[in-house]
Design a protein around this ligand. Sequence first.
Ligand code: AMP
Length: 400
Amino acid sequence: MSVPGSVLVLNAGSSSLKYQLVHPDTGVVTAEGLCERIGDTGSSITHELNGVEVTERILLPDHRAAFERVAALFAEDGIDLATAGLRAVGHRVVHGGRTFFLPTLITEHVMSEIERISSLAPLHNPANLVGIRAAAELLPDVSAVAVFDTAFFHGLPDAAATYAIDRGVASLHAIRRYGFHGTSHEYVSAKAAEFLGRPYGEVNQIVLHLGNGASASAIRGGVPIDTSMGMTPLQGLVMGTRSGDIDPGVVMHLHRVVKLSADQIDALLNKQSGLKGMCGEGDFRSVTELIEQGDASAKLAYDVYVHRLRHYLGAYLLELGSLDAICFTAGVGENAAGLRADTLAGLENFGIIVDPERNTMRSKEVRRISADGSRVEVLVVPTNEELAIARQAAQVVAES
Ligand code: AMP
């Protein structure tokens, strides 16, 4: 087992704790798992070590209890996390605000800063902090590093990052476009350049991260120039349960006329919208099954999803001016061949041609799905946010 030198990557959500023990140099994953429904009577852990998976229903009243149980599961397999020679604990932190754009060694001061910017991501940052504190209590001697989901987009050009609202209000309240899924967009775009055998700084690409959350980015020579998420991860593409782009007037209408509170609108747009809102299912596979059964609302939901994707693709094609590659990644992007074909259908005049056979071939590796005559390379690039976080955390520790 390659535990010494590994990084424990933690991604704490409001009621979940996802973890992976991965070696940053080799990419070897010793263990990974997920604690779900923390704080609820139906909580459970799925833990996989060296390919053996166990699931247990166990009461996990809070994140500390969840992390303790995770540590106990490791101990049952002979791994004492405190003494196993971990290089770092790497925490995914959703919002870095204007303060954080580099992977950062966590100190008390850093924790209080993450707390201070929590108003920008009230659903995410407090949960991330709870995970940071739980790990710090149990592993006080292991360095902890925060890797921010917004970091890659920190340098977005002002014209792309600025909302056209009152300048004073925007600057006083730090209202601008931050972008999210940055770790994935950076990892995937670098992998794509490597696959193409070209310097990162010379490749213009559009990355489509299509998972439960979804976002697009335009990357010119390794530098992001636009992305679809905004001040929060609600803007942009249609997602599993999030609306993506919506006229802000709808929000006012929901408040004034429908009499929904801010919290109710927040829940509606974040949890009951997107694919789920339109057809009752937020999971892409379930939507596909509904379509196969002839469900008209699922078909419409799919069409809206594709329409929005093409809208961003078109915009980014123009912003970039010249395009070398389109990369599909995350659960939907890596697996849904039909969606990839529909998204890029009829774009031959733009030099984008998908090869139907390559597109339907399944693999866990980076692969080209464009036809030989396609001027733009179309790639499927499996994302690996955990490995990217582990590498960044290890580097911070090495330099500290
Ligand atoms: P992620 O957030 O990256 O884990 O992606 C989750 C999404 O990927 C869910 O909507 C899944 O339905 C979707 N997904 C996973 N596997 C497949 C598959 N084989 N075909 C289509 N969609 C998939």
